[in-house]
Write a protein that binds this ligand. Structure first.
Ligand SMILES: Cc1cc2nc3c(=O)[nH]c(=O)nc-3n(C[C@H](O)[C@H](O)[C@H](O)COP(=O)(O)OP(=O)(O)OC[C@H]3O[C@@H](n4cnc5c(N)ncnc54)[C@H](O)[C@@H]3O)c2cc1C
Length: 511
């Protein structure tokens, strides 16, 4: 076992490795590199670029967000907003007081148009009525925050129970009642996209209200979200980032020696896929929960304590993908921002298990109209869950064909020209992500998030803070967001700095 007297202090610095160059890892590195004790700091990133789930691609003559899209709750309490403002990445409107004061409750705004699968337009009044019912019920779930007992385990079951009661009071004709249920079904799918889950039946009811919504009207980066991670990266010393260096196994609680550091022993040794072995005093792990779920058995040696391993299994991590379609001519009105799609004859109250091949696209919630890139017009569709994962297995041509058929149906125009091209995200297949973001699943609570965030080792008899955990899934109230990820990186950097500052104040033993 390594002891505290590992010679590092004599050499004047601590070797810190950050695994993962997403916003959590970059945030941690930025804070650490300002501290004199972190003289040997490296960020090991598996892929060829930084940003992780913040990924902006130059396509269609503009920039599209393959990963994170909005700053959720852009206001003073949001560190991503603050940092983006500092770097001058936001426009006047986004920075305005007015924008920062808007309270959305975290709910998606109403669509500009709502179309059914048979090409009919749904009255926006009816959509607004269903939105108010649905989001009213979502807000009610807060009542169960920290409740020891809930009437049902999941958000989905709660919503369905309440909706079933409401339905009995609906006095409209059969056709309208069915349409109302189909609209509600789309809202369930919207909520699946927000929670990154296959079904709201998988999302735990009691802790659901712990997710905190900040004020501010969600905003975007005109030059791409990745400008933010690029700016953070540019502030780091040149040799800090190491790309194309996937970590295979983190050996910890050891006493490792490496030829490059004669006379020194280290409690942690990071073994990379390319065979390189990097010793460290501290490692901050920021890899996505999806990667941990798949790889935790081989990623840590010795394995994680049972409680932490269980937390990794219990916390939810699902898929939400985007499908971009390029058009030469828009078929929508100039002021249209969001096209909602409602599949007739669907209902949240009926469990169906449709064949994926024939019906995956029915999970699509509709399309966001992106601001035009010159003469190019782009729609961005959102799709969550198993259908989204199935979509990843199809070819671009198959996706384009299916969505052309969907658009022809919902516009009622069988001659609608096919989109010129398609670009989609495939976050479930991405080997270093394995999904989109985390949620608190049935059977887990916010305590599991805190457990995941707890550094190792847990006892203080061995060298402290060998492995620290950051990343969106470790933030109890802002999980699934970029600001949660950034705050988690800062939290772990501060934890290390706290330890070093404490150690530097302690008198050294006399020899
Ligand atoms: C489709 C989509 C839409 C989203 N929309 C929004 C939004 O609008 N607003 C918002 O706030 N959030 C959004 N999010 C969530 C947000 O993107 C994430 O919460 C945040 O970016 C996560 O940051 P992170 O640093 O925790 O993880 P990541 O960004 O995933 O970074 C982890 C890094 O670790 C690397 N890595 C993994 N394994 C290894 C290994 N073995 N060795 C070395 N490196 C490794 C990965 O390559 C990656 O770069 C969205 C996410 C997706 C997928």
């Amino acid at each position: 076992m390594a002891s505290g007297g590992d010679g590092a202090e004599a050499s004047g610095g601590r070797r810190v490795l950050v695994v993962g160059g997403g916003i959590a890892g970059l945030g941690a590195a930025q804070r650490l590199c300002r501290h004199p004790a972190a003289q040997h700091l490296r960020v090991l990133e598996a892929t060829a670029c930084a940003g992780g789930r913040i990924r902006s691609e130059r396509r269609f003559g503009g920039v599209v967000e393959v990963g994170a899209h909005w700053i959720h709750g852009p206001s003073q309490g949001n560190p991503v907003f603050q940092l983006a403002a500092e770097y001058g990445l936001l426009g006047e409107k986004e920075l305005s007081k007015e924008n920062q004061l808007v309270e959305t409750g975290g709910h998606v705004g109403l669509p500009s148009v709502c179309c059914t699968s048979s090409g009919a337009r749904v009255s926006l009044e009816l959509v607004a009525e269903m939105a108010s019912l649905f989001y009213g019920l979502i807000d009610q779930t807060r009542e169960f925050l920290h409740a020891t007992e809930t009437p049902v385990p999941s958000v989905g079951e709660y919503l369905k129970k309440e909706i079933s009661q409401q339905v009995t009071g609906w006095t409209e004709n059969e056709e309208t009642r069915k349409l109302k249920l189909a609209i509600l079904n789309t809202f369930f799918h919207v909520e699946c996209c927000l929670s990154g889950t296959h079904s709201m039946d998988l999302v735990a009811l009691a802790p659901f209200g712990e997710y905190t919504v900040l004020p501010g009207l969600d905003c975007t980066f005109s030059g791409g979200y990745q400008e933010l991670t690029n700016c953070i990266m540019a502030s780091l010393p040149k040799d800090v980032m190491i790309f194309n260096r996937p970590v295979k196994t983190i050996h910890w609680n050891g006493s490792f020696r490496e030829g490059t550091f004669p006379g020194e022993t280290f409690p942690v040794l990071v073994e990379c896929e390319d065979g390189s072995r990097l010793p460290a005093h501290h490692v901050i792990v920021t890899v996505p929960l999806g990667f941990l779920k798949e790889q935790q058995n081989t990623f840590f040696d010795p394995p994680l304590p049972a409680e932490k391993a269980e937390a990794i299994r219990k916390i939810g991590f699902g898929t939400n993908n985007k499908i971009f379609l390029e058009f030469e001519e828009p078929f929508w009105e100039p002021d249209c921002q969001l096209i909602q799609v409602v599949w007739e004859d669907t209902s949240p109250l009926q469990d169906t298990a449709p064949s994926m091949q024939d019906a995956w696209f029915k999970k699509l919630i509709g399309f966001l109209v992106l601001p035009p890139f010159g003469s190019v017009h782009v729609l961005c569709g959102f799709i969550a869950g198993l259908e989204s994962e199935f979509m990843e297995t199809l070819s671009d041509e198959e996706v384009l064909l299916s969505l052309t058929q969907v658009l022809r149906r919902v516009t009622g125009n069988p001659q609608l020209p096919a989109p010129k091209s398609v670009l989609r995200s495939c976050w479930h297949s991405a080997p270093y992500t394995r999904g989109s973001y985390s949620y608190v699943a049935v059977g887990s609570t916010g305590d599991d998030i805190d457990l995941l965030a707890q550094p190792l080792p847990v006892d203080d008899s061995s060298t402290q803070l060998q492995i620290l955990f950051a990343g969106e899934a470790t933030h109890r109230t802002f999980y699934s967001t970029t600001h949660g990820a950034l705050l988690s990186g800062w939290r772990e950097a501060d934890r290390l700095i706290g330890l070093w500052d404490l150690q530097s104040q302690q008198p050294r033993p006399r020899l």
